[in-house]
Design a protein around this ligand. Structure first.
Ligand code: GLU
Length: 464
């Protein structure tokens, strides 16, 4: 059966490689991929790299790496090609020029020769007169004859611009409030406001799903699509902004949580971050909080996306990550832990997994829990009571089979025989073995060390 053109779903993200990969990019990518998979559509990755000053190829690599880590794979992109290549804006400069020439020829755009100083004077005057600034159209009405350097400005036609936002419903903007804006800068590079709709049109994007900060750009871009005679995308969706805990917009500079790679470094599972990002701004309408990507594809809908900004919440993320860790198969978890425990062999990691599962909220916690296995702890000298307890413990465990269960059994025997509380008996052992008051369950803390090493550390504490 032939699929009618209008129902072909093509979505895209268009990140700019101007810094580390941003959490917002992952969130936008997620909603785009989920929507594409729901509708058997195509997800394209376009690199918005016309900001020559700030773009770096290594930042582009970081975007790929981050999205791949999250499993948010794209169907078309600079590295994969596709029917609408190239997918890097810097390689599409001629295309933007052709479109600008067309608009100029049809009188829908004009050359503006004003210098930045002249424009600044106009702007200041508007400010002094307390009216919103709009370009005066000086170069449309009476272009200077003696100048050569120019920008290309769009001649805003005025009227109302309406479009459907899948979250906010029908939107209407008054184009009368929008001044003629620049499409091509004097260096020949397009502005974002021009390149983006040219690309969305020529790449046949059917739904533009992006952050709310772009809501006010949509009327500009629709005017350009109309002026070029292209068909508009079917709909837009402007996703809520991700805010820091204090309600401020997440900024690359001020908020480390905006850096996507930080999550990988700290040992958040990509599945858990996807789960968390989905719930940040969207609610399923049920009590379910743990979702696989596959489940999200089944239940996600734009009408359950909130309008207000979504505050980032580490506690919730940690909880979701912990849930994913606890639900994970031991062998798989051991594999994921390897990069965090380079000093340990596979066998030791595998033995530690059941205990780690009960305590970890992120994989990097494992380093903190297990570093006593590869480095000597700095243990404080126990007081007289603690020394006595260490002696009782050492005596009880010195000959038991060196496995968590018999060790636990032996220590519990001491507790029931002497009436010493578990806390009072176990804390000195923890301190002697790890130098820390918090550790994995005591029988694991002991069993993960070779018996002689564990007993030697306890005896050393007794002697100190
Ligand atoms: N380069 C823009 C950004 O990074 C793209 C916005 C859009 O999706 O149109 O936010």
């Amino acid at each position: 059966m032939e699929v009618p053109e209008a129902s072909v779903v093509r979505v895209r993200i268009a990140p700019s490689p101007t810094g580390f990969a941003h959490l917002g990019t992952a969130s936008t990518a997620l909603y785009n991929v989920v929507f594409a998979r729901q509708r058997q559509g195509t997800f394209a990755l376009r690199i918005d790299d016309t900001d020559v000053e700030r773009n770096r190829p290594e930042y582009e690599q970081l975007i790929y790496e981050a999205l791949q880590w999250l499993g948010l794979d794209w169907d078309e992109g600079p590295d994969k090609g596709g029917p609408y290549a190239p997918y890097r804006q810097s390689e599409r400069i001629d295309l933007y020029k052709q479109h600008a020439v067309k608009l100029l020829a049809e009188g829908k755009a004009y050359k503006c020769y004003c210098t930045p100083e002249e424009l600044e004077t106009e702007r200041r005057q508007a400010q002094a007169e307390k009216r919103p600034y709009k370009y005066s159209r000086r170069c449309l009405i009476d272009p200077p004859k003696d100048r050569t350097e120019f920008t290309v400005r769009f001649k805003v036609p005025g009227g109302e611009i309406k479009f459907t936002d899948m979250i906010r419903g029908e939107m209407t903007f008054d184009a009368g409030l929008i001044g003629d804006f620049i499409l091509v800068k004097s260096d020949g590079f397009p502005t974002y406001q021009f390149a983006s709709p040219v690309d969305d049109s020529t790449m046949k994007i059917s739904h533009v799903i992006r952050g709310e900060e772009h809501l006010s750009n949509t009327p500009y871009q629709l005017m350009i699509i109309d002026a070029l005679g292209y068909e508009r995308p079917e709909a837009f969706a402007h996703m809520p902004l991700i805010l820091a805990k204090d309600g401020a917009k997440l900024s690359k500079r001020k908020h480390p949580e905006s850096n996507l790679m930080l999550y990988r470094e700290q040992g958040y599972l990509p599945e858990a971050l996807i789960n968390y990002l989905a719930l940040l701004g969207w609610n399923p309408g049920t009590a379910q909080e743990i979702f696989t990507f596959h489940e999200l594809v089944g239940v996600f809908s734009f009408d359950r996306v909130q309008h207000a900004g979504a505050r980032f919440d580490w506690e919730k993320l940690n909880w979701i990550n912990g849930e994913w860790i606890r639900a994970m198969d031991d062998a798989e978890l051991a594999k994921r832990l390897e990069p965090f425990l380079p000093s340990l062999d596979e066998v030791t990691i595998t033995r530690a997994v059941p205990a780690l599962k009960t305590r970890m909220s992120k994989l990097a916690d494992a380093t903190e829990y297990l570093d006593y296995l590869w480095q000597e702890p700095e243990s404080p000298t126990p007081d007289a009571d603690s020394t006595e307890r260490l002696k009782l413990a050492a005596e009880a465990i010195k000959d038991v089979p060196w496995q968590p269960e018999p060790i636990e059994h032996a220590l519990e025997g001491v507790v029931s025989r002497t009436g010493i509380s578990k806390n009072k008996l176990y804390t000195p052992i923890r301190l002697a073995l790890t130098g820390k008051k918090v550790s994995l369950p005591i029988h694991y803390t002991l069993a993960l060390l070779p018996r002689e090493v564990a007993l030697e550390r306890i005896n050393r504490a007794i002697r100190s």
